[in-house]
Design a protein around this ligand. Sequence first.
Ligand SMILES: [Zn+2]
Length: 131
Amino acid sequence: MTNTSAKIRFKQCVYDWATKLDVQVAWLGVRPMQNKWASCSTEGHLNFNTELLNMDEEVWNYVIVHELLHFSVPNHGKLWKSLMRLHLGEYEVCEAALQKRAQKLHTAVDEMADNRQTVWCLSFTKPGAQQ
Ligand SMILES: [Zn+2]
């Protein structure tokens, strides 16, 4: 499978979930990112790391649903967790897979930081990198 066809499948997967979750995606990008798996903003902008294309579709679903739910729930609280459970079941397995991958990329999963305008999450930071 070439990276291009993986990207097309990934994007299709995002739009399928967006339809299922009744979310409007204004912008969808898949590009190399230094220290994040994905990011979303309150304007409906979504970006995903191309590194994800090398991973299992289960992980895709995790990252996609994780971000899309932030359009309505901008944190990782109880509501967000129960929605994740509802759509994905044992989503912690994918979380662990992503952390392992991040470590393999010489990185560590970082705490998310959100502000009013943009919700950055699923970020990871290289050891020693500037914050
Ligand atoms: Zn998040």
